[in-house]
Design a protein around this ligand. Structure first.
Ligand code: ADP
Ligand code: SF4
Length: 691
């Protein structure tokens, strides 16, 4: 294996992070450990998946891992792109991944998985799911129950797991996981009393309930332990807001004591979704106190997570004996080169994860993973985008970017890195557009990292000039004489009530004191009580509620959704958001569509029975759709013949100016435009397909 080649300054306070760690029969080259996490790539996009992990290895992660990898067709995940190692035909795709990791001196880990009762096998493979009990997995409305595993099923499961471990070893993996964390795994369900009602030697006492877990560990060690380390991924906490009695926590500790030194590595975390809260609900290192006991019990190395981006926090975690390896999913997605940047003392270049959980949302909706901070995520193979390298310019074209939100900032930065001469014009004094405004709202300060990272890079790019307080008109733009004009002028929140469930303005809305999130972000004082109407269904309305309560307003939150803040379930925020709103006294009503408004009265129709309900308010805050700020675009477009005469080569809209969306979408569009400048136009696909 080649050594990690990056140089570290002799006096670096972070040298401890680059110490080797012995894990069973193998040695990790440093303490940076990319833990298993979903990518939405898996078996469907195996080239993209291998390149995604290799890029993290290249960036200095001493260990890179797969996501959950199904060991058998009875644990199929239907449309979701889990990894697979069902049989020998899967080994080649895995070998691509391990070779990529080894090319950079990193270890490769595989997380063997069987989701038992929670598998979706009844869709694609027509296999009746099975588990410790007859159950609906985690879907209350699933029309299929699992069957109860008998002794033969248990023997089969052990054999499949052992065979999968052997295949993993043949594919070149260095670490093989037994997975009993997060929620959906067979051995974990056996150990939890609410699932396990068995009367045989696998039920009853904790030792009996943990028997399958112990067997899988010892089977795996016997099968591959000569060459591979065997890791146990285990959740030490499972919050159940309804019945939290501390039982899981107490028993998890007993399981750690029982299995103590059997695994070569403990990978410890919390159950899903508490394991990966957004930055609004979980700070860096939030798991520290919950996982620290594990190292007191085992003599084996421990890896833990906590959205670590600060090398000082990482050093503290090691020095205080909390964990031995710095586990990361999100920080490694946002910055595959985080370890190298620490090693080379380039801390200001770290692309810090903002904790928005857009990455998680994509794998939940079964799409290739996206990242707000890192537009090259999932594009390493299919678009050949590298997170740190970008091709040099291919012409001396000069580019004017109008608007310094996430789209404009990313576009100017990427163009600047390519060497183009760029002017970035911003109407306001502050740069950052929506991320600057939103980062001032409760719980969203990390959004500012989207701006800060790009400004750090721009500082070093003399070819990018920034013009603040430049509210450009079409005439200004043409007079400036740039070759390419990129409009990143963003979007504003609508005031007429058009949103997810209404395609026309709400009758009478103009008779009320109506406000939008833009007004609140600009400091408007809303008369109380405030009625928030959320037809956006993401985070914004709830953040507005928090802000208004902080200002002493009485707030009612009404949504036409049949649950509150429904999109935020994909980012794992929904439960936390609802709990927070309730805890600060916000009255929440769901399933009520705003029908019309009359001064200080809002008349709703209930989804359930179409009955009318009236809510009184002093002001109404509508959080609905947004409108692109496209006046400048249309003014320029009208003068297209004139600007073509003047030598302007292109006029393009990017980000929210083209179509309002996620911050991640805006960053991506800015990056994409910059990458494609002077590339030959193609009518073919803009990326490679996987077959
Ligand atoms: P995105 O998410 O697409 O990057 P934002 O709404 O965050 O969009 O940012 C758009 C930025 O463009 C804002 O900072 C806004 O002040 C700026 N802007 C809008 N119109 C103009 C204009 N005519 N000239 C210069 N800047 C503009
Ligand atoms: Fe972090 Fe958001 Fe990127 Fe996920 S999408 S890695 S949470 S910045």
């Amino acid at each position: 294996m080649p050594a990690k080649e990056a140089k570290m300054p002799a006096d670096s306070p972070y040298s401890i992070l680059f110490e080797e760690v012995k894990i069973g029969p193998i040695v990790a080259p440093n303490r940076f450990y990319q833990v298993p996490h979903a990518t939405g790539l898996g078996r469907l996009y195996s080239n993209a998946h291998a390149a995604f992990r290799e890029t993290r290895a290249e960036g200095g992660w001493g260990v890179v891992s797969t996501g959950a990898c199904d060991i058998h067709y009875s644990s199929d995940h239907g449309h979701r792109a889990f990894d697979r190692i069902w049989d020998e035909s899967d080994v080649t795709a895995h070998a691509k991944l391990t070779e990529g990791a080894h090319r950079h001196g990193s270890l490769a880990a595989i997380e063997l998985n069987h989701s038992a009762a929670a598998s979706l096998s009844y869709y694609a493979t027509r296999t009746v799911p099975f588990g410790v009990s007859s159950d609906k997995g985690y879907e209350i409305d699933r029309p299929v129950q699992s069957r109860v595993m008998d002794k033969e099923d248990i023997r089969n499961l052990r054999r499949w797991h052992r065979d999968a471990a052997l295949r993993a070893k043949r594919a070149g993996y260095d670490i093989v996981y037994v997975y009993a964390a997060h929620g959906n795994q067979v051995a974990r369900n056996f150990f939890m009393p609410e699932f396990n009602h068995r009367a045989d030697e696998y039920g009853g006492s904790l030792e009996n309930r943990a028997r399958l877990l112990k067997e899988l560990l010892t089977d795996t060690k016997e099968a591959v332990g000569d060459k591979c380390a065997v890791a146990l991924r285990f959740s030490v906490e499972d919050y159940d807001v309804v019945t939290d009695s501390g039982l899981y926590r107490r028993e998890a500790r007993e399981v750690v004591e029982y299995l103590k030194d059997i695994p070569d590595l403990w990978d410890v975390n919390l159950s899903w979704p508490s394991d990966a809260p957004s930055s609004r609900f979980g700070e860096e290192g939030f798991q520290r106190d919950l996982v620290s006991f594990v190292k007191q019990i085992t003599s084996k190395p421990v890896v833990g997570v906590g959205r670590f981006t600060s090398p000082d926090t990482m050093v503290d975690m090691i020095k205080k004996g909390v964990i031995d390896l710095i586990g990361a999913a999100r920080p490694s997605i946002a910055d595959p080169f985080l370890p190298k940047k620490i090693k080379e003392g380039r801390l200001e270049e770290i692309r810090e994860c903002i904790g928005c959980n857009v990455c998680i949302s994509m794998s939940v909706v079964a799409a290739p993973i996206q990242c707000t901070q890192n537009p090259t995520t999932s594009e390493e193979w299919r678009r050949n985008w590298h997170p740190e390298r970008i091709p040099p310019k291919k012409s001396d074209s000069r580019v004017l970017v109008v608007g310094s939100g996430p789209a404009g900032l990313e576009c100017a930065t990427a163009l600047g890195r390519r060497g183009y001469e760029v002017a970035l014009a911003e109407k306001g004094r502050e740069l950052g557009g929506r991320v600057t405004l939103e980062s001032k709202l409760p719980g969203l300060s990390a959004w500012g990292r989207v701006r800060d990272h790009r400004l750090q890079l721009l500082e070093k790019l003399p070819n990018v000039e920034i013009f603040r307080e430049s509210d450009l008109t079409a005439g200004d733009v043409l007079d400036l004489g740039y070759d390419h004009i990129v409009l990143a002028t963003g979007a504003t929140w609508r005031r007429d009530g058009i949103g997810g469930s209404s395609r026309s303005a709400i009758p009478g809305i103009e008779t009320a004191k109506v406000f939008t999130p833009d007004d609140v972000m600009k400091g408007a004082d809303l008369p109380s009580p405030v009625l928030i109407y959320d037809d956006d269904h993401n985070y914004m309305a709830s953040v507005m509620a928090e802000k208004l309560v902080q200002q002493g307003k009485k707030v009612a939150f009404v949504t036409p959704g049949n649950t509150a803040v429904s999109w935020s379930r994909h980012t794992l925020d929904q439960r936390n958001i609802i709990d927070r709103m309730l805890s600060i006294g916000v009255m929440i009503e769901i399933g009520m569509r705003l029908d019309n408004v009359d001064g200080t009265q809002a008349i709703f129709k209930r989804n359930l029975d179409y009955k009318e309900t009236t809510v009184e308010f002093a002001s109404i805050l509508v959080v609905t759709n947004r409108s692109s700020t496209e006046k400048l675009f249309y003014a320029l477009n009208e003068r297209r013949p004139e600007f073509l005469d003047r030598g302007v080569k292109s006029l393009t809209r990017i980000g929210d100016c083209l179509a309002p969306g996620l911050i991640a979408t805006a960053v991506f569009s800015g990056h994409e435009w910059a990458r494609n400048l002077d590339e030959a136009p193609t009518n073919d696909l803009p990326f490679l397909r996987e077959y």
